[in-house]
Design a protein around this ligand. Structure first.
Ligand SMILES: [Zn+2]
Ligand SMILES: [Zn+2]
Length: 494
């Protein structure tokens, strides 16, 4: 898309008589200072709902260019630069090797585009990012709040801090053990924000989390429109006072939210990918509140908490007031060699047989898909109903469901099930706990699968290893310290 630059506005090529000049791509134009929205202009509420708080490509807007231009002339939308001088304004990428050039049919010259966010549609030097500068849509309904549950003492303390954070537009890390009930801790803060007609976003790296949160929040806030945004979702056109979004989809927002919650802030890829952090910063309003949720903060964040540099509150105990079961270490020898000889390491085999005899279900975590595939036929000799699962498995959900229904006694898995899976009364083992994939955070998350329900608050957790690592020791201390704090604060019984 090329433009003619005029004193107060830009006119796109499509609306000009042929051979007008001088046409320029947006990256070469000095963007005129936006004019105030003309109050007499009868703006499109449809466009307002679609674009408010977002930053979109022309191709993402199902509106005629004439309509967009009228809004531009009247101060309701602006055209911003997509890519200029190896800087992508959508994803924040400034790494030279993540840009490429092509012969562009739109600007008829070599044009540089961003490879980092290409999965959301190409942004190049001649692609404007369009934003809404008119008023935000009015709140549709006074939000209703339909939740009758009660919070534990620790949850209530955290919930109060979340409400304060919303009021003071501050930041807060909620460090809650696996199974503490961290979602409930958000409800009052969200209600506070919605009551003030503020716009709220809950974002998480994994689509699974968004899909799981959506029905729960819709139940609690029945009159609020809650679009869910993830790759391939159909709610993209909805405005939403409360938005659920994967972190990637936040690239499409700009200065939209008064309150952002980042769930699983430690989870890949957010903690590795700085452009996702950029997305969050871009999506929030300059004056806004932010709450981070995690069960397993990385070591840097833990240090920030210890030195009180990071505002935080811990929920060290589960809702059911029982301590988190402690993992134990078991040396199992050279397990790789054992599998090469088509044998299950004897200690793990014994543990598995015991579970089968006692009719207890278990998850066994392996360091790679390759080992899972090698192990499955050997385990099936013990019991043909034993199953395996990994990230690319199309039947992942059904297989987890079969464990829940009791059909599958034991499920072999990669780390894909380390988070989010709740099965009552389950034993947990890790094989090859010394492998680098089993970080402190992964091991704590895996241990966190056990003892989740009030009816079965205990559970057997074993890290089978061929040499202890610091990560294993840290994981055990992590859980130990949480239980200790819970005891001190009177959050567990006995
Ligand atoms: Zn980009
Ligand atoms: Zn171009």
């Amino acid at each position: 898309m090329r433009f003619i630059q005029e004193s107060t506005h830009l006119t796109p090529e499509q609306l000009l008589p042929t051979q007008s000049k001088p046409l320029q791509k947006i990256s070469n134009i000095q963007i005129p200072t936006p004019t105030q929205p003309n109050p007499a202009f009868n703006y499109s509420t449809e466009l307002q709902h679609y674009l408010s708080g977002r930053s979109l490509l022309p191709d993402e807007l199902p509106f005629l260019i004439e309509l967009l231009h009228q809004h531009h002339l009247n101060g309701y939308i602006i055209y911003g630069k997509g890519v200029e001088n190896n800087h992508c304004h959508r994803c924040g990428n400034t790494k030279k090797h993540l840009f490429a050039s092509f012969e562009c049919y739109r600007c008829k010259e070599p044009c540089t585009y961003c490879r980092n966010c290409i999965m959301m549609g190409r942004v190049s030097e001649c692609t404007p990012l369009i934003t809404w500068t008119g008023p935000a849509p009015p709140a549709a309904n006074p939000p209703s709040f339909d939740w009758t549950g009660t919070l534990s003492q620790a949850q209530q303390e955290a919930s109060n801090r979340v409400v304060d954070t919303v009021k003071t537009k501050d930041n807060l890390l909620v460090w809650a053990v696996c199974g503490a009930g961290k979602t409930e801790v958000l409800f009052q803060g969200i209600q506070e924000a919605l009551n003030q007609n503020k716009r709220v976003c809950i974002t998480a790296p994994r689509t699974d989390v968004i899909l799981e949160l959506s029905p729960r929040l819709q139940k609690v806030f029945p009159q609020t429109s809650i679009p869910s945004l993830y790759g391939g979702s159909e709610d993209r056109h909805e405005y939403g006072q409360l938005v659920l979004s994967t972190t990637h989809q936040l690239f499409r927002y700009e200065k939209a939210f008064d309150f952002i919650v980042i769930d699983e802030v430690d989870a890949f890829p957010y903690s590795y990918d700085t452009s996702l952090q950029y997305a969050v910063e871009k999506a929030r309003k300059p004056e806004s509140a932010i709450v981070y949720l995690t069960a397993t903060p990385d070591s840097q964040t833990q240090k920030g908490c210890a030195s009180k540099k990071q505002n935080h509150i811990r929920i060290p105990a589960r809702y059911h007031r029982h301590p988190i079961p402690m993992p134990r270490l078991a040396w199992c020898g050279n397990w790789k060699k054992a599998f090469d000889k088509n044998k299950i390491p004897s200690k793990l085999k014994k543990w598995t047989l015991q579970k089968l005899q006692q009719n207890k279900q278990a998850l066994i975590f392996f360091p790679s898909v390759k080992i899972v595939e090698k192990a499955l036929p050997l385990f099936q000799k013990m019991n043909p109903a034993i199953e395996s699962v990994h990230a690319e498995d199309p039947h992942r959900k059904e297989k987890v469901q079969k464990v829940r229904s009791g059909e599958t006694p034991i499920l072999l898995t990669t780390t894909i099930l380390e988070r989010g899976v709740t099965i009552p009364n389950i034993g947990v083992a890790v094989l090859g706990a010394e492998e680098s994939i089993f970080t402190e955070s992964a091991l704590v998350q895996i241990a966190g699968r056990a003892g989740r329900s009030a009816a079965h608050p205990t559970g057997d957790i074993v890290y089978f290893h061929y040499g202890r690592t610091k990560e294993m020791i840290n994981a055990i201390f992590h859980i130990y310290n949480m239980n200790k704090e819970a005891g001190k604060r009177g959050l567990i019984d006995g």
